[in-house]
Every structure is written in C-alpha cells, then in structure tokens.
Design a protein around this ligand. Structure first.
Ligand SMILES: [Zn+2]
Length: 146
C-alpha cells in the first residue's frame, strides 16, 4: 500500500498519520508504489506552467520522503517507482540507506540499474520488470538488512 507519485496532487500534505495506521497491520510488508515520476508534467497541458511542474515535483518529493520515513519507523520495505527521475530518486533515498530496503519495480528509461550508484544505495532492483511499462503489483519481502 502506498501513494503513487503520479497521484500526489490528490494527497494530503502529510500522509504519515494515515500510513502509520495502515502500516500496523501484520500483513503489510512494504510501502509502495512510491517514488518519483517526471515523465508527464502538468505543463504538457496548455493551462499549466513550469510553476505547476515545480509544485508537482515538490509534492512527489514530500510524499516519497514521508513514505520512506514511515517505512523506516516500521521496518518495512519500499516498492519504488521511478521514471525520468533517477538522480532525484537516488538522492532522496540516500538518507534512508541502511534503514529502508526496497525493490525498484518500474524502470522505463535512464541508465541500467547495475552501476555503482545502485550498490551504495543497497536497494534491490527488481530483475522481473526492468523494462516493463505495465504496473503490476510487485511486492517481494526481502531478507533482513545485514
Ligand atoms: Zn510504477
């Protein structure tokens, strides 16, 4: 369960209280999809501008960070969705290295998930859907962080 980055404009400013309630359920093993998706921005439509794009991206960042915070509190994994936002996704994850583990499920573009930046991140990249454009539910419990 989680809040998808492309739906953040409908999210409250702080989703953590509601997430914490849900995260207490014993069957919850991960939060997600969460992450960043810049592939389609509001300014693609004539009624929106770069200001709307910036607000959308900031809201994605806020909601992504809040979900990693709750994941860290509860020892949950994260299912990461990133599209056209790899650098920002990695930099947002960096403070959570060692506290949250995750699975990248959506990897449409950008560089392949096998270089050094992924190793320092110590997050798992799903081999099952590296080029998938579909969004199948994908939750894999990972072994405890060591
Ligand atoms: Zn996705």
């Amino acid at each position: 369960m989680g809040w998808h980055p492309t739906n953040v404009l409908e999210a409250p400013e702080d989703i953590r209280p509601a997430l914490r309630e849900l995260a207490r359920h014993p069957k919850v093993v991960a939060l997600g999809e969460t992450g960043l998706d810049y592939h389609h921005l509001p300014s693609e439509k004539p009624e929106f501008t770069a200001v709307d794009d910036a607000r959308y991206q900031q809201k994605q960042a806020d909601i992504f960070r809040q979900q990693m915070e709750v994941a860290a509190e509860f020892g949950l994994n994260c299912v990461i969705h990133q599209r056209s936002a790899l650098e920002d996704t990695l930099s947002q994850m960096q403070p959570f290295v060692g506290r949250v583990r995750g699975v990248f499920h959506c990897f449409v573009d950008d560089r392949p998930p096998c270089d050094e930046s992924w190793r320092w991140a110590r997050w798992s990249v799903s081999p099952a859907s590296p080029l998938s454009k579909t969004h199948k539910p994908f939750v894999t419990p990972l072994p405890p962080y060591t």
